[in-house]
Design a protein around this ligand. Structure first.
Ligand SMILES: [Mg+2]
Length: 442
């Protein structure tokens, strides 16, 4: 297992800027599983961070090394659930969670790398591996601990068996039309109104039927930006807004109501991702505006409670926040049980590449629909991936390369490894030189 601290200097263009994260350097704590098969595939996985702390995240992945190195590749790939349980069940590391935060994200990165390897060995894209799998085997991949009060293994099996009906037809629809996407690219908080308007119009022209704006820093600015966005896209395109956890419950209600005249489709992360009852109150107060959250929801247990409490209209699972594919299967099954649409979070580094597989599996072999479902798309950093997500007419095209689309180019790893990759070494040397100049001048 090789690990990498990969950071991109995105803060310099304000790409990714929002009310809580004004200067993100989009980063990946990245790992590669190498085997002793000379021509065999490698397994790639990562989790997403936004700069400082990516070294902490890499250290957490390193802490899992003993559970993975030296194991039989065949055993790992036959049953990723086994390794998922071993990683989550490490009793000393579990103290750092349980099942939340840096350690849990590290588990997710490693588990996802195992799934990448498994899918490559089966020569299938991950969505196809999952869609072809026996319902019984998929159920065996889910950890039902703490969720059986909402979803039993028997219910999950029924959902997956029903999901098989019409699977072949939906797979051909997916291959022909892709999976609907929406774009956040116009809406970063640091962009000027002119840039927002231009990008919003471009998004509609490119076939997107929904865009998203970051809000929550200043109400007068938000009113002006929402007005500009609504004018740019017209009445028929959905306009979502995203506060990135900026508000208390009361503020979330007032602020969302103040933006209601622009007909926002959903308010995303109105408050703390841990505040289940707060989300329920916001949802009751701002309807018909929908409430969405999930990119910072720590695990299946919190998702379960959000659904039980009627606190969300939309589940925004993230491929790299929770414990990997196995836990996301649990979350997809919970959402299906409660009949709540999943609109995955993406963007970041490689999150689009990963999460499309989960949504496509859900369409082909679980929920069976794309109605009111869209995957987020953000158009940057895809060039670093060997099999980048491809958008056509506002939809993700189904990836066909074997694996989880997680492989980054070797050259990108070598350039953006922090702090010794070629980009950062030169950048840090330049900063030191600048400091020296200041000293001399002073
Ligand atoms: Mg968001």
């Amino acid at each position: 297992m090789d690990t990498y601290d990969i950071r991109f200097p995105t803060s310099r263009q304000l790409d990714g800027s929002d009310a809580m994260n004004p200067d993100p350097d989009y980063s990946a704590a990245y790992l590669v599983l190498r085997t002793n098969e000379p021509d065999g595939p490698t397994g790639h996985g990562f989790t997403f961070t936004i700069g400082r702390g990516n070294d902490v995240q890499v250290a957490a992945i390193e802490a899992l090394r003993a559970h993975i190195v030296g194991r039989s590749v065949e055993d790992l790939c036959a049953d990723p659930g086994l390794v998922s349980r071993a990683l989550i069940g490490d009793s000393q590391l579990r103290w750092l969670g349980p099942e939340k935060g840096v350690m849990h994200m590290a588990v997710g990165a490693v588990v996802n790398a195992v799934w990448d390897l498994a899918a490559k060995r089966q020569r299938k894209p991950l969505w196809k591996l999952l869609a072809d799998a026996d319902p019984e085997w998929l159920v065996s991949q889910v950890d039902f601990r703490y969720i059986t009060d909402a979803l039993t293994p028997e219910e999950a099996l029924d959902l997956l068996r029903c999901g098989k009906d019409g699977r072949a037809r939906r797979e051909s629809v997916l291959r022909a039309q892709g999976y609907p996407a929406y774009t956040t690219s116009p809406g970063w908080l640091g962009y000027s109104d002119e840039k927002l308007t231009r990008l919003a119009k471009e998004a509609v022209a490119a076939g997107f039927t929904q865009i998203k704006l970051k809000v929550g820093a200043d109400l007068a600015d938000d009113v002006r930006r929402c007005r500009a966005a609504r004018a740019a896209v017209g009445a028929d395109v959905r306009l979502a807004v995203d506060a990135n956890q900026r508000w208390n419950v009361g503020e979330a209600i007032e602020w969302t109501r103040a933006l209601a005249e622009f007909d926002p489709y959903w308010i995303e992360e109105p408050t703390s991702p841990d505040d289940i009852l707060g989300h329920a109150r916001v949802r009751a107060a701002v309807a018909p505006v929908k409430v969405a959250t999930g990119e910072h929801v720590q695990n299946r247990i919190v998702f379960k409670q959000l659904l039980q409490a009627g606190a969300v209209d939309i589940v925004q699972l993230d491929a790299a926040r929770v414990g990997g594919v196995n836990e996301n299967l649990a979350i997809l099954l919970l959402a299906a049980k409660f009949g709540v649409p999943v609109c995955p979070h993406a963007g970041g580094v490689g999150l689009c590449e990963l999460v499309q597989h989960l949504a496509m599996f859900d369409f082909v072999a679980l929920s069976g629909t794309t109605e009111d479902r869209v995957i987020e798309f953000v158009d940057h950093l895809h060039e670093h991936f060997a099999h980048p997500a491809v958008i056509r007419e506002g939809a993700y095209t189904a990836p066909l390369a074997p694996g989880f689309s997680a492989d980054m180019h070797e050259a990108s790893l070598a350039t953006f490894a922090y702090p010794h990759g070629t980009f950062w070494a030169a950048d840090l040397a330049g900063a030191l030189a600048d400091e020296a100049t200041v000293e001399v001048t002073a």
